[in-house]
Write a protein that binds this ligand. Structure first.
Ligand code: ACO
Length: 382
């Protein structure tokens, strides 16, 4: 690459090294710390995968028990966080709610640090902060959905692991094992994906030696966009708009004539299909069978087939996860907050990695504005 070549959108630019995950579009594979994500989704709990992302190795039973005990101890929301959420309009977007809640947690946890140089914290403190946010996010997301539905919050259950407790917190009912399994897999698939826009945002903020909470708040902002995490919400809007499989052709004719982007398709890195989609589609199929909703699979498969035939652009992870979360009972606007709850593990692993080997991230730009000009009445100081 020539020194002055512009790489719009940083496409193709290798910005740094990472040991957290490897995306290989050639082999259509995604490895977390060396393990294929499909193998992790089939065999591990999301808590164990978070441990892997943070520590580089899967936990022993003892290490997992220890982490689970800390996670359980930090599941409840602080009154200040509840209060901040309650003060937001009921029709605030849930992503704004989550962003606000994390910001409030950050303000509480870093209170008393009077010197900006100390805000960054030690690696041990940041690992602890990562686990605390991981533990609190299910309550934040669930609290928001229940608030919008006019329901009282329910307390966490210490006898339930992360995924089952998350569903319990949202729906106030003991979740079925099939649903817990599909939800756990979705969390693992969403956990990490190298230098995507939100992770890179977190690394940029971290590189200034700002604190972990600020980096996560910035990442949440980046994830909200429909070209990134917001696409899982947008997929469901599209499904609602289309209605059923028999309407797909006509809908697609019109959408493509209007040059609309079809949400849940395409990817900056994968051009021949997203490595995570087959695993999530299999999880969606178990939910379709569980809830007896073949119409959902029919619409999904018809839109996929017709869009791939016409454009040669393949589904990304948001395509199967949107309808999966809908079947489980999540409100459409809550889908991207679920992505936050999963990606907090990857973001924080990258924040820890950036802190361990930091260089301020500050690219150059090619100026294309007016040539130098001057204010007529300006007189230079002598
Ligand atoms: N629908 C219709 N056309 C598309 C789509 C789509 N979903 N995706 C790409 N294209 C077309 C573009 O219009 C463009 O066509 P053109 O060359 O005729 O202008 C061409 O394919 C290249 O697309 P770009 O947007 O330039 O590709 P890029 O690599 O920058 O974009 C992106 C990737 C942003 C994900 C894009 O595919 C997109 O907007 N998809 C829809 C949003 C989405 O699903 N995002 C989720 C990403 S994955 C995740 O966050 C888990």
């Amino acid at each position: 690459m020539a020194d002055n070549e512009i790489k719009k959108g940083l496409a193709g630019v290798i910005a740094d090294e990472t040991a957290v995950s490897k995306v290989n579009p050639e082999t259509n594979s995604l490895l977390y710390r060396g393990y294929p994500v499909q193998e992790l989704a089939a065999t591990q709990s999301f808590e164990a995968v978070a441990y892997l992302l943070w520590h580089g190795e899967l936990p022993t039973d003892e290490q997992l028990d220890e982490q689970r005990a800390t996670e359980r101890a930090h599941r409840a929301l602080a009154p200040e966080v509840k209060d901040a959420i309650d003060r937001l309009p009921l029709d605030s977007h849930p992503m704004d709610e989550v962003r606000t809640a994390v910001s409030v947690i950050g303000a509480i946890e870093t209170a008393g640090i009077s010197n900006v140089l100390d805000a960054v914290g030690t690696p041990e403190e940041n690992l602890q902060r990562s686990l605390q946010l991981f533990a609190a996010l299910p309550a934040i997301v669930s609290y928001g959905q229940r608030r919008r539905r006019g329901l009282e919050a329910v307390d966490s259950r210490d006898d339930l692991d992360y995924a089952a407790n998350f569903l319990w917190l949202t729906f106030g009912e003991e979740p079925d094992a099939v649903v817990v399994d599909a939800f756990n897999r979705s969390m693992i698939l969403y956990a990490e994906h190298s230098f995507n826009a939100s992770t890179f945002t977190a690394r940029v903020i971290t590189s200034t030696l700002s604190d972990l909470y600020s980096a996560v708040v910035g990442a949440i902002g980046a994830l909200k966009g429909p070209l990134h995490g917001g696409a899982n919400e947008a997929v469901m809007h599209i499904f609602d708009e289309i209605g059923g499989a028999s309407e797909v052709s006509g809908w697609l004719d019109k959408a493509l004539a209007e040059k609309r982007k079809i949400m849940g398709f395409g990817h900056r890195v994968y051009k021949r299909g997203d490595s995570r989609v087959p695993t999530m589609k299999a999880a969606l199929d178990t939910l379709v069978a569980h809830y007896d909703r073949p119409d959902v699979a029919e619409l999904y498969e018809t839109l996929e087939r017709e869009f791939v035939e016409r454009k040669g652009i393949y589904p990304n992870l948001d395509y199967p996860s949107g309808p999966a979360y809908n079947l489980i009972g999540y409100d459409t606007l809550t889908f991207t907050p679920l992505f936050v709850a999963a990606r907090i593990s990857g973001w924080t692993a990258h924040i820890l990695e950036q802190q361990a080997s930091n260089a301020l991230i500050r690219p150059l730009s090619a100026y294309n504005g007016p040539d130098e000009r001057h204010i007529a009445e300006y007189e230079p100081d002598t």
